[in-house]
Unconditional design. Structure first.
Length: 128
C-alpha cells in the first residue's frame, strides 16, 4: 500500500494518531522526492494533529511524537529556506525533548542529545 493509500485508510478510521502517522509518511515520501511544498504541507498537518494529541492525552509518547513531527517540519522548512521558522520549530522540539529526558533520561536522553545537536547545527548555519 502506498503512503497516500495509507493516509486515505487512516482518514477512514478517524483515528488522529493513525492519521498523523500517515501524514508523516506522506511527508517523508515527498521530502525524499524533493517535493518540499508537499512535504511541508503534510508535516504541518501532522504537527497540528500531534499538538492536539499531546495536549489531550498528555502522555510522554504523545509529546515525543510531537517532538519528532516538529523536527521533520523544521528540516523541510530549512530546506525551503525558512531557517528562522525552522529554528523556532527545533527550539520547541528541544523543549519537549528536555522535558521528557528530565522525567526519563534513559528512555529520552538520546532524543534530547540528537535534537540539541541538530539545533546547534542550525544555529551555526544561521549565524554564519
Amino acid at each position: 500500500m502506498c503512503s497516500s493509500d495509507l493516509l486515505a485508510h487512516a482518514r477512514m478510521t478517524g483515528e488522529p494518531d493513525l492519521i498523523a502517522d500517515a501524514l508523516i509518511n506522506v511527508g517523508d515520501m515527498a521530502y525524499e522526492e524533493h517535493r518540499l511544498d508537499a512535504a511541508v504541507e503534510s508535516y504541518e498537518a501532522a504537527v497540528t494533529l500531534r499538538r492536539d494529541l499531546a495536549r489531550d492525552a498528555g502522555t510522554a509518547e504523545a509529546r515525543r511524537a510531537l517532538s519528532v513531527a516538529l523536527e521533520r517540519l523544521a528540516d523541510a522548512r530549512e530546506d525551503r529556506g525558512h531557517r528562522s521558522r525552522a529554528l523556532d520549530l527545533y527550539r520547541e522540539s528541544e523543549a519537549l525533548a528536555a522535558e521528557l529526558a528530565q522525567a526519563d533520561a534513559a528512555r529520552y536522553g538520546g532524543d534530547l542529545a540528537a535534537t540539541r545537536q541538530r539545533l546547534e547545527e542550525l544555529e551555526a548555519r544561521i549565524l554564519a
